[in-house]
Design a protein around this ligand. Structure first.
Ligand SMILES: [Ca+2]
Ligand SMILES: [Ca+2]
Ligand SMILES: [Ca+2]
Length: 333
């Protein structure tokens, strides 16, 4: 109902951004330009268009689903999160979407969770309810730190999803550092200029360069030891002056990501991850085939000095699918 207003706002925002660019170039101060989640010289609609492009050279973004849910079992849909169809009736997502042991005495009740298919959760192609939630056992037991690399959750749908091909899982440890990767999710941009505050954000896809892969994080429960891993990338600014995984500043948890290089180049669709993207997929190419290699868990705190969340310098942390492949497969029955 607000389409005309929204379109006008987007055009208006474009004009403002263009003006900023001019100012930046003349003042030679472009590393001071701030943004939220996406390149300041692009619109969110550019990233939404990639997600719905059906470009066969890109990952299958159709398999990325939206969670709209409550934490108390009500139908209020207070929260948004993301996940990926890895089977016609199973979605892989992050455990913290449904169970934060610091905030909840138990995981979110299934009756308050809706799974929405399509690019626009305000007008979904289909909506499914949930019949089963399998949290990683040590996450469920309350071992909820990044350093456990166990922030995973399997969700079973009320019936199989039709007409969408589930993604393949990256099942070995051969993810190529410095390769181009894609992220996709439903992160919340509704408070940004040009967006409708009363609508859920649409599916968007952003690319990046894989900067880190780490393995060997462990948790144990009842005599069973689980091994986890992490993948990570940073959000570079277009003129290459903010390279948070390639600089000397160590943000919170950054030391756990190991050492390595990081390109200072921002890709055309370079982006960060924001609230609501949690649980969404990191796609990495495996011998020419895009596979689900990571599940968004969160970010590094203070990746650069005086950082604002979502701005250039953000570092996104993903639970590594190949490290937890056995657990995922054995629970999806
Ligand atoms: Ca980057
Ligand atoms: Ca970088
Ligand atoms: Ca750094």
């Amino acid at each position: 109902m607000n389409k005309k207003t929204l379109l006008f706002s987007l055009l208006f925002a474009t004009i403002i951004i263009s003006c900023n660019n001019d100012e930046v170039e003349t003042s030679n101060d472009s590393d001071e330009v701030s943004t939220f989640g996406i390149r300041h010289d692009k619109d969110l609609s550019d990233y939404e268009n990639v997600a719905k492009s059906n470009d066969t050279s890109l990952p299958n973004f159709d398999a990325v689903v939206n969670f709209s849910y409550s934490l108390d079992g009500s139908s209020n849909e207070d929260y948004t999160a993301s996940g990926t169809l890895i089977d016609t009736e199973w979605v892989l997502t992050a455990g913290h979407n449904f169970y934060d042991a610091n905030e909840q005495s138990s995981p979110a009740p299934l009756e308050g969770i809706k799974v929405k298919i399509g690019n626009d959760p305000n007008n979904p192609d289909a909506v499914y309810s949930v019949t089963e939630m399998i949290l990683h056992p040590t996450w469920l037991a309350g071992n909820q730190e990044y350093s456990h690399a166990n922030d995973l959750c399997l969700i079973k749908l009320s019936s199989p999803v039709q007409n969408i091909t589930p993604v393949l899982l990256f099942d070995d440890g051969t993810e190529s550092l410095e390769s181009t990767v894609w992220f996709c999710g439903f992160g919340d941009y509704s408070e940004q200029a040009g967006q409708d505050k009363n609508s859920d954000s649409k599916k968007h896809a952003m690319s990046n360069t894989l900067d880190r892969k780490v393995d060997g994080f462990q948790t144990s429960l009842n005599g069973t030891t689980y091994t986890g891993g992490i993948l990570a990338f940073d959000f570079d600014n277009p003129n290459g002056t903010i390279n948070s995984l390639g600089d000397d500043h160590i943000g919170g948890f950054e030391d756990q990501l190991g050492t390595g290089a990081s390109s200072a180049s921002a890709l055309d669709y370079e982006g960060a991850t924001v609230k609501g993207d949690s649980g969404g997929p990191l796609f990495v190419k495996d011998n020419g085939v895009w596979k689900l290699a990571g599940v968004l868990a969160g970010g590094v705190t203070n990746p650069i000095p005086n950082h604002t969340d979502g701005d250039y310098g953000d570092i996104s942390i993903f639970i590594r699918v190949s490290s937890s492949y056995d657990w995922i497969l054995s629970n999806m029955e």
